[in-house]
Ligand binder design. Sequence first.
Ligand code: ATP
Length: 220
Amino acid sequence: MKRQFAVIGLGRFGGSVCCALIEQGMEVLAIDQDEARVNKYRDLVTHAVVADATDEQALKHLGIRNFEHVIIAIGDNIQASILTTLILDELGVEHITVKAQNDYHEKVLTKIGAERIVHPERDMGVRLAHHLLSKNVLDYLELSDKHSIIEIIASTKMSGKTLMKLDVRAKFGCNVMAIKRGREIIVSPQATQLIKEEDILIVIGADEDIKRFEHEMFDE
Ligand code: ATP
């Protein structure tokens, strides 16, 4: 049986979540109070309905509690987002992900039982800033306030050396999880793995360790 998701709020974020889930072969119920937005997604998703998500009866009628995961992508109307989260929690929806508009919104959502909170604009901003600050950093993913994963292009200092020779783990406390070489991906590379020019390293570690690693390897 296909996994069932419901997406409430069909702005750019909610809409792209719907598209990605459908592409992955999931069943998607798309809900918005705006008929024009619903019509836009009608032919793409499994079901699309016009409904006000703050109306508990309407959500019950849609059988929302039977959905494995509900994504609340209402941004601007914080009050509606909070109320919808509360209703879904009370109805017993098992997994709820909510898009937060700001820190205050996030704080309230945490208190009322949202299992997962996403901040797409803020997170994308942070990722872009890391990319802009270091020409070698292609992408950045924050794991916690102290740990991250970065995708970084091998420097000339690194090419032609093995991971053992670079001593990344012992010297910097970081781990090279994978190496992208063109279309090939070397997962969990061995210590004897040779780094080539234009390799892309995926490195996990504490922020301060990653910073030291970048500093040492990329200051030409
Ligand atoms: P994005 O930044 O993702 O593009 P947006 O700024 O276009 O979003 P938002 O105000 O964040 O729009 O709302 C996203 C969608 O949520 C809108 O299509 C809006 O009609 C819908 N929405 C807002 N409140 C409710 C509600 N109570 N019930 C159902 N849908 C709602």
